[in-house]
Ligand binder design. Structure first.
Ligand code: CU
Length: 233
């Protein structure tokens, strides 16, 4: 091979490798930063026992994105009061977090009744449409749509579904859903740890229809049925 050809080959090879490195950096480190983080820490001093409200909804589909048939959660932005397609949020340490989850999706039986128990919330209860509830039996009734669980904090909340046949036949079909669609209102409170940390949360109902054992798709994708609660100190 002549010297100019060797030099040319070397230059081409160098730029090919540089292009691959640039692609990996952009694709996996810069572009894939994930869904936005809703910030519920504004104007709250951590570890003072202050109360913060976090509002979410779960829905039978995600008509705002590229996976319209995936079940999902949304979060209400405390700044804009608009629904945002994300499951990541920040809350202050050592505070009382009052959750409201609007349950717009229909029922799916739990695979393990353990996940029908309310654990780790204040009083180990939740309020479904205002009534205190410590457990939902998804085998006896059409009663649970998804769960909100933070395993590292021992928290599990079965999110109640509309129970009647009539309601389940007329579920919201465009997400985020609006209050005129059949829904439940689930409220519960937790106390955040006093030290900062990132706490993974997830739904425990294998609701990824069309995936192996229902555990793929939305079940394993941040922004749908799993997310991170970041406790900020
Ligand atoms: Cu789910």
């Amino acid at each position: 091979m002549s010297l100019p050809l060797r030099v040319a080959t070397l230059i081409v090879a160098f730029f090919a490798v540089a292009a691959v490195v640039a692609f990996v950096v952009v694709q996996y480190f810069l572009a894939s930063s994930g869904p936005p983080v809703e910030n519920y820490t504004a104007n709250v001093t951590p570890n003072t026992g202050a109360s913060v409200s976090v509002v979410m909804q779960e829905a039978a589909q995600t008509t705002v994105g590229t996976d319209p048939d995936w079940v999902t959660y949304f979060m209400l932005s405390p700044q804009t009061h608009q629904w945002v397609h994300t499951t990541n949020f920040e809350v202050p340490a050592g505070s009382r977090i009052n959750f409201t989850i609007f349950g717009y999706d229909g029922c799916t039986p739990l695979r393990n009744q353990l996940w029908g128990k309310v654990t780790g919330t204040i009083g180990n209860i939740m309020f479904v449409d205002g009534k205190p509830v410590s457990q939902l039996n998804s085998y006896a009734q059409c009663s649970v749509a998804h769960t909100f669980a933070i395993p590292n904090l021992g928290i599990n909340v079965p999110v109640a579904s509309p129970m009647t046949y009539q309601a389940n036949e007329h579920l919201c079909s465009t997400s985020p859903c609006t209050p005129n669609n059949p829904h439940t209102v689930v409220r519960f409170s937790i106390v955040t740890p006093s030290a900062p940390g990132v706490f993974f949360w997830q739904c425990k109902i294998p609701c990824g229809l069309g995936y192996l054992d229902g555990n793929g798709g939305p079940m394993q994708t941040i922004g749908f049925m799993t997310g991170n609660m970041t406790v900020v100190g």
